[in-house]
Design a protein around this ligand. Structure first.
Ligand code: USQ
Length: 408
């Protein structure tokens, strides 16, 4: 199939291009290269050095023998979007080109507006361009499990049957997002569902959990094929941050009680699931929702797993509770469904512990680079709109004792 990846320079986009080409698909990509700027604006850096786009494209051509079609530009430029679609005539468009950070969206008024404008308008331009240029193209839109929030009932895949005052209907499941970023994805979902209804477009809205991991097999040992791995307070996500902290000896930064639960999946599973969605397209006029994750964990369970895996590699890692800069439920029910991708063939590849071990071994090589940017690790962006660095709470969590230390 011909697959256009919007956001090909990002954490997911670059490995996805490799994963799809290795499976025989023809891939093109568009990107404004903005992620590099946003990370640097908040004082971050990718733990794993990222090649320039030029180097990446050269490496791709060397590996696969034909060039990757790439156009640099922004989705906010509607003519650019239409031209790309017209040139490539994709069977599928994977839309990953959004600002992905909750804390970034909560910094101040400008960052809220930037996030929602970039995400909502970019997605609207994609919807309109599909409708005008290639109406049969399947849109695979990256949403987030965070759209649902943490309701006190099970979370279905997008829709649920409801009975109210004696009448029944199948309705979108309520969205209760916890940041202006997560809300931008809610707005995207509504706009995408509406476009499918009025124009007969086909779309898969992926409610993805938190992705972690540094590597997929298709990268081989070419450093230019590696993807970025952020660990700052905005663009780093829970397990990735914990592993980067662990290799430098920085205490793991658990926010609040750490009992808040989220759904997670390794990078390689994210690739597998996105490929399944691409290869099994929605019907014309269909708007479908997939919950995309492997397992649910509380954040303190994950911190303890990172601590345990680090102990096996002879790294002494502490876990510290910081006062939570976010406003989020810390003790709550959490039970999302995850069946549609399994029905299409999704098989989780690794258990979380194995993937964490791989990450720690990998990230040890970049210890000095990470240590030089640890200023971006302790959060100071607060949900009440102020800036104040989180303080360590009095309770610290004793290290987990590992019996299987690595032999020197
Ligand atoms: N957390 C910590 N310590 C940290 C970082 C995070 O305790 O150092 C906690 C947070 O308080 C939160 C949980 O871990 O309860 C998850 O935070 P996160 O930063 O890993 O993830 P989140 O802000 O939810 O966003 C990330 C991605 C986003 C994606 C989302 C999927 O940045 O693009 O949409 O994960 S989900 O979480 O399912 O909404």
């Amino acid at each position: 199939m011909k697959v256009l990846i919007a956001g090909i320079d990002g954490y997911l986009g670059w490995p996805l291009a490799q994963y799809l080409v290795a499976r025989g698909h023809e891939v093109a990509g568009i990107d404004g290269l903005f992620r590099r700027q946003w990370v640097s604006e908040v004082g971050g850096v990718s733990a794993i050095p990222v090649a320039t786009m030029h180097e990446r494209l050269t490496a791709f051509e060397e590996r696969y023998g034909s060039p990757l079609h790439f156009r640099q530009g922004t989705l906010l430029d509607y003519d650019f979007v239409k031209t790309c679609f017209r040139e490539f005539q994709p069977d599928a468009i994977v839309h990953l080109a959004e600002i992905p950070s909750a804390p970034f969206s909560m910094i101040d008024q400008q960052h809220t507006v930037l996030t929602q404008q970039n995400n909502v308008v970019g997605n609207l331009n994609i919807l309109w361009a599909i409708q005008e240029v290639c109406p049969d193209t399947h849109l695979i839109k990256l949403g987030t499990m965070g759209e649902y929030g943490t309701p006190n009932v099970d979370i279905p895949e997008g829709f649920f049957e409801v009975e109210y005052r004696g009448r029944k209907d199948r309705l979108p499941f309520p969205r209760q997002a916890g940041s202006f970023y997560h809300l931008s994805k809610v707005h995207d979902s509504h706009n995408t569902m509406f476009a499918c209804k009025i124009w007969g477009l086909r779309a898969t809205d992926i409610m993805q959990g938190v992705v972690f991991g540094t590597y997929i097999d298709e990268m081989g040992d070419d450093r230019r094929m590696r993807t970025r791995l952020d660990f700052d307070q905005c663009f780093g996500t829970a397990i990735n941050r914990f592993c980067c902290q662990a290799v430098t000896g920085h205490p793991l930064t658990l926010y609040g009680q750490g009992s808040q639960k989220r759904s997670f999946l390794p990078l390689r599973d994210s690739m597998q699931c996105l490929a399944l969605a691409i290869e099994n397209p929605a019907e014309i006029g269909e708007y479908r929702v997939f919950n995309q994750f492997d397992t649910c964990y509380s954040i303190d369970e994950l911190a303890q797993q990172v601590q345990l895996a680090a102990g096996e590699l002879s790294m002494d890692v502490q876990i510290e509770r910081y006062d939570n800069p976010r406003q989020e439920a810390e003790s709550h029910y959490y039970n999302p469904d995850r069946q549609k991708l399994v029905d299409l063939g999704y098989r989780p590849t690794h258990d979380v512990m194995l993937e964490i071990r791989i990450m720690l071994s990998d990230l040890r090589d970049y210890r000095d680079r990470i240590a030089a940017h640890l200023n971006a690790v302790v959060p100071d962006i607060r949900w009440d709109g102020t800036r104040r660095q989180s303080q360590i709470l009095r309770t610290t969590i004793p290290p987990v004792v590992s019996s299987t230390k690595e032999t020197p």
